[in-house]
Design a protein around this ligand. Structure first.
Ligand SMILES: Nc1ncnc2c1ncn2[C@@H]1O[C@H](COP(=O)(O)OP(=O)(O)OP(=O)(O)O)[C@@H](O)[C@H]1O
Ligand SMILES: [Mg+2]
Length: 381
């Protein structure tokens, strides 16, 4: 019997607030395959509004709902591009079974102590999923993190199971580092009997982008060239690394709730005379050294460190990472068949497929949830 492959769309807009990455993926083969990819960037005003919505502010319920509409419309635009690419390749757009839509995280506080709810907190990803279903005519799966949080998990990271499906090797430990706004590590043990591990390491690009924007006007430090002109300041690095999150044991996750511009400002209070490019070099070393520390502690048997996410294009960051991990090859996911900027979007296509097939998407060994759970809410076409 010949079964017709189902395609899934994954749409990701991460903590970097740079915009939306989308893919169409086919999971019918032995390894997931990306058939089309597209992206759109957020304009500066909308990026500023999303950043503002990460903190309490006036009329925020209305503003959050309107931002959710804008995100849905941006996502629908990426879906249109993806479907056009399928058609251009003579692949049937009608085979797209569902869209996995991450939305935009504006709060991530999975564990909060409250007298009425114990330690159940919340995580909020803005998107009007009903509007996305209306505009695309395709089933949408959204709010993929809340069920894991409800089951006492961190709700993040959700990508390690997908990393295992794409990059896992038998009989060899492999680690995957996603350098988005926040950095997260997946440890793939290479044996079906051993658990996959995964957790957030700390800041990825979020602080690098903020500092670069403030001092050069550029949205990010292209290639890490600006950081490469500076020198890491050891005392400042020590001050930045003096943060409890870095030494917490997994499961753990974080976001802009902790690693934001106010956090950086406080840490810089005794370093007001530091040259801006030296601070950028130090922030680059902060990301590299805290990620390397995570690899050394939890993935020391790794045969390779595969880097994905936009930070994979920051050469200075990768040089510092390789320097901190002598003897471990640091390579980008492009070398393993999936371009760095497509991996996280493909993970959300995979998560949508899991939900449609009533399969769990989380890994309790990663998030600390009470058990495997089918994730998300389905908004029918
Ligand atoms: N050429 C480049 N040089 C340096 N940094 C880059 C380059 N291209 C992208 N980046 C960095 O990557 C970031 C975007 O990466 P990405 O989209 O993976 O992060 P994200 O949106 O936070 O996603 P996620 O939350 O899924 O990890 C940019 O904000 C920038 O910091
Ligand atoms: Mg992004």
């Amino acid at each position: 019997m010949c079964t017709v492959p189902e395609y899934y769309i994954g749409l990701m807009s991460g903590t970097s607030l740079d915009g939306v990455d989308g893919v169409v993926a086919d999971f019918s083969g032995t390894k997931p395959q990306v058939l089309a990819n597209a992206s759109c960037s957020f304009d500066a005003d909308f990026k500023a509004e999303l950043l503002a919505l990460n903190s309490p502010g006036a009329n925020e319920l209305h503003r959050a709902a309107m931002a959710g509409n804008t995100i849905a419309i941006a996502y629908a635009g990426v879906v249109r591009q993806l479907l056009a690419q399928l058609t251009a390749r003579n692949l049937a757009a009608g085979r797209v079974r569902a869209i996995g839509a991450h939305g935009q995280t504006v709060r991530h506080q999975p564990r909060l102590n409250s007298p009425s709810t114990g330690d159940i907190g919340y995580t909020i990803q803005l998107i009007n999923a009903a509007l996305l279903a209306e505009r695309t005519g395709i089933d949408v799966i959204a709010d993929l993190r809340s069920r894991d949080v409800a089951a006492a998990g961190q709700g993040a990271p959700l990508v390690p199971a997908f990393h295992n499906a794409v990059f896992g090797q038998s009989h060899k430990m492999v680690s995957v580092l996603n350098l988005g706004g926040i950095a997260n590590l997946s440890v793939l043990p290479g044996a079906a009997t051993l658990p996959v591990l995964g957790f957030d390491c700390g800041p990825g690009n979020a602080l690098l982008d903020a500092w670069c924007q403030q001092h050069t006007g550029a949205a990010f430090d292209a290639g890490g060239d600006w950081a490469a002109q500076g020198h890491c300041l050891p005392d400042l690095l020590q001050t930045l690394r003096n943060e409890a999150f870095f030494d917490q044991t997994p499961p753990k996750s974080t976001g802009r709730d902790l690693f934001n511009v106010s956090w950086l400002k406080k840490k810089l209070s005794n370093f007001s005379s530091a040259a801006p490019n030296d601070v950028q070099a130090t922030l680059t070393e902060l990301t590299a050294s805290t990620c390397a520390q995570s690899v050394k502690r939890y993935a020391s048997e790794s045969s390779v460190l595969i880097v994905c996410g936009g930070g994979a294009y920051n050469k200075e960051l990768l040089l510092r990472l390789q320097h901190a991990l002598p003897g471990l090859p640091v390579q980008t996911s492009d070398d393993f068949g999936m371009p760095a900027q497509q991996v996280e979007a493909a993970a959300f296509a995979w998560l949508a497929r899991q939900t449609i097939h009533r399969q769990p998407g989380n890994l309790p060994s990663v998030t600390g949830a009470a058990g495997p759970r089918i994730l998300g809410a389905i908004y029918p076409a």
